[in-house]
Ligand binder design. Structure first.
Ligand SMILES: *Cc1c(COP(=O)(O)O)cnc(C)c1O
Length: 392
């Protein structure tokens, strides 16, 4: 049987690993040597479970979407991460990494953010735990994401403007890494998706695996079995998808469907469809598929959805695609918008633009009436109302 989990060297197949400068090696080594022992300790498990329940509001419902099911001729369930505190799945990871930081004796939290969602989740948990919090963010992104910047400040975080390069996410990553390498003794760097040098992809996947753990517990009361025929999720860096598939990776009865952002179309040059368009390369400390220019430099990705606008993809997902364990669709902006309006009208749920990419994948599949489909609704659409209004 194939194994799609990470190996001892920190690789999923040929993707992953830790490609980092010497200045970063002590930080990454310390994390690598401690994370599994802490995650598996009774005190971590107990505190994490308690906060997920009482603060985040877990378990998130597994909602049988009757109207959507009728429309697509199968049995569709929505895993409602949109109902979490702060409105998406990112809080699961932020709580886990802040708890880990505390247990490692770190008192200062840093993170980088592009659209601001990971920054808000991190600032939220730092407020809760009374920890110093610095969020690196490109100057361009600060201007584009005013509401999230104000939320982070209200939560007590310091938002550090980055003015290098294109002044967006990649530059913010560089700034955060620089800070970490200089302040490793007291600082923990929280990465928001299943990306970065080993062990981050595995750490984030484990923290998000609560999603599939709950699906396994919730599905039997509806269907009399604990596995679906299809799991569907959108992929930016890959964390909500990793959480959704984690406990089903090696269960070949379950079809895995991933929706990446096609932008204006994979042929147009304005796309974030990393699996369709990417070539092997090293990005932010790990080997994966990267959207590149002719000369091998990283190409700026484009998507209508800020959360899917990443030039790489988590190593787990690069491998799932390569091994043909997952079916990957590139969903264009217009298809995602259409799916968002459809869900809103027939189920009364306004989804995040990212999640709308997963919803649009329903149109690309042929279902049998008895097929059981679980689709992760990674977040709610309040933050995207301005975009939706442009299309009404
Ligand atoms: C950030 C975000 C995503 C994309 O990140 P992944 O790590 O791929 O899950 C998807 N949906 C929502 C609502 C987000 O905020």
């Amino acid at each position: 049987m194939k194994n799609y989990q990470i190996n001892d060297e920190g690789y999923y197949g040929e993707y992953g690993g830790a490609y980092i400068p010497d200045s970063l090696k002590p930080c990454v080594e310390e994390l690598k040597s401690k994370y599994l022992e802490i995650l598996n300790s009774d005190s971590f498990k107990q505190e994490f479970a308690q906060l997920l329940r009482d603060y985040v509001g877990r378990p998130s419902p597994l909602y049988p979407a009757k109207n959507l099911s009728e429309k697509y001729g199968c049995r569709i369930y929505l895993k409602r991460e949109d109902l979490n505190h702060t409105g998406a799945h990112k809080i699961n990871n932020a709580i886990g990494q802040v708890l880990l930081a505390k247990k490692m004796g770190k008192k200062r939290i840093i993170a980088e953010t592009g659209a601001g969602q990971h920054g808000v989740a991190t600032a939220t948990v730092c407020a809760l735990m009374n920890l110093e919090c610095i969020i690196y963010m490109g100057k361009t992104d600060i201007e584009r994401q005013h509401v999230n910047v104000e939320k982070m400040k209200m939560l007590g975080a310091k938002v550090q403007s980055v003015t290098n390069g294109s002044m967006t996410l990649s530059d913010a990553v560089d700034a955060a890494i620089d800070d970490w390498s200089k302040n490793s003794a007291d600082t923990f760097y929280i990465i928001g998706s299943t990306v970065g040098p080993h062990p981050y992809p595995d750490l984030v996947a484990r923290l998000q695996s609560i999603i599939s753990e709950e699906i396994k517990q919730q599905l039997p009361s509806h269907e009399g079995r604990d596995y679906p025929d299809y799991l569907i999720a959108c992929i930016g860096g890959g964390s909500n998808a990793a959480g959704t598939v984690y406990h089903y990776l090696d269960d070949e009865r379950v079809n895995i469907v991933l929706a990446e952002a096609g932008g204006k179309g994979v042929e147009t040059g304005l796309s974030a469809a990393t699996i369709k368009l990417g070539k092997e390369g090293v990005l932010h400390g790990f080997k994966t598929l990267v959207i590149q220019n002719e000369d091998g430099s990283v190409k700026e990705p484009y998507s209508i959805s800020a959360g899917l606008d990443y030039p790489g993809i988590g190593p787990m997902h690069a491998n799932l695609a390569k091994q043909k364990r997952a079916t990957v669709f590139a969903i264009n902006d217009g298809e995602a918008i259409e799916a968002a309006f459809e869900l809103t009208r027939i189920e009364g749920i306004i989804p995040a633009l990212e999640s709308s990419h997963a919803l649009a994948a329903l149109k690309k599949l042929k279902f049998k009436p008895e097929d059981v489909v679980v689709l992760t609704l990674s977040g709610r659409g309040d933050k995207d109302i301005h975009t939706y209004l442009e299309y009404k």
